[in-house]
Design a protein around this ligand. Structure first.
Ligand code: NAD
Length: 311
């Protein structure tokens, strides 16, 4: 098949593009490199630098494409509260632009990387797709709005749309920006350098950490699965892990004690997140394969930023 991956030079997009190319597919990537790095991409993947709102560029890249993976986005929950207009322009406007260009180019399906963040605070766990979303950040609002555009424009324009609500993905190559870094690579870096691990709140908030290979497996399945049009599907590990438990797991992987530093007045985000994976199993044949302990060990082994320091 021929694919376009928007945001394909990023953490998840590059892992996906490389996997599709390794399976013999023709893969094109569009990324503005605001966070991505094209050197992550295998030589067989063709790379174009550009903005996801650039419709003429999308028309060119979409020629002959059967399925678009739309991953290009601004991705930080805390940062989105500082720049809501930018998050709206890229995450919502960019999705509408991709849909318009797909309509013009006659592309059959789009698989969209939505987020578990759309659930926000809920009375019950695990989080099922039938629950009413309760987004609590501009990032989460932008993902929910994009899901809405996919559904509505998909019906009008005859495009098959699938939204995967990805929970906390982690693994080798995850970016570590100076501000608002994701929790796992940030904790690993501090743990390896012997620094304190800063925890927002009491560390009892939970998340669902899913290893990159499992996320990629779900994305790959979504391109060809039957009966997924108009669907929203959770992609996680199905395991609820508190930040304190995550620190224990990192400590066990590294074989050394760690000292968390609790900053109680910091916003700790939603209190609980755990994905219900029944729909993913039914529609995508998806079951996560990599446990947190295995995923942490693989991240240390395969990510050159950590591999050296861990020796
Ligand atoms: P990432 O930042 O590594 O990847 C996003 C990519 O999009 C980057 O390469 C960036 O350069 C590119 N991009 C940003 N703005 C763009 C624009 N205007 N035009 C073209 N490209 C642009 O983040 P990631 O973790 O790989 O996330 C990929 C997707 O998965 C995002 O849509 C994100 O919201 C979603 N997601 C990620 C997670 C996670 O835990 N990592 C969880 C849920 C959903």
């Amino acid at each position: 098949m021929r694919f376009l991956v928007t945001g394909g030079a990023g953490f998840i997009g590059s892992a996906l593009a490389n996997r599709l190319a390794a399976e013999g597919h023709e893969v094109r990537v569009l990324d503005d490199l605001s966070a991505g790095d094209p050197s992550r991409l295998h030589a067989d993947v063709s790379f174009a630098r550009g903005d996801v709102n650039d419709i003429p560029k999308l028309w060119t890249l979409l020629q002959g494409v059967e399925c678009v993976y739309h991953l290009a986005a601004r991705v930080s929950v805390p940062e989105s509260a500082l720049y809501p207009r930018e998050y709206n322009a890229v995450n919502v406007g960019g999705t509408v632009a991709v849909l318009e260009a797909m309509r013009d180019a006659g592309v059959r399906r789009v698989v969209f990387s939505s987020s578990g963040a759309v659930y926000g605070e809920q009375a019950q766990q695990p989080l099922h797709e039938s629950m009413l979303p309760n987004p609590s950040s501009p990032y989460a609002v932008s993902k929910l709005a994009a899901e809405g555009y996919l559904r509505v424009m998909g019906i009008r324009w005859g495009i098959e749309t699938v939204s995967l609500r990805i929970f906390n993905a982690y693994g080798p190559g995850q970016p570590l920006p100076a501000s608002h870094p994701p929790v796992i690579p940030s904790f690993l870096r501090h743990a390896l350098r012997g620094g304190s691990i800063i925890v927002h709140g009491d560390g009892e908030q939970t998340r669902d950490y899913v290893y990159i290979d499992d996320v990629v497996a779900a994305l790959v399945a979504a391109a060809t699965a039957e009966g997924v049009d108009q669907q929203v599907i959770n992609v996680g590990s199905g395991v609820e892990t508190s930040v304190n438990e995550l620190i224990e797991a990192i400590s066990a992987t590294l074989g050394k004690p760690l000292t968390p530093l609790y900053v109680r007045n910091q916003d700790r985000g939603v209190s609980r997140m755990c994905a219900d994976l029944r729909r993913a199993a039914e529609l995508l044949g998806f079951t996560p394969k990599v446990s947190l302990a295995e995923g942490l060990a693989l991240t240390l082994e395969r990510d050159p930023r950590f591999a050296l320091a861990a020796r």
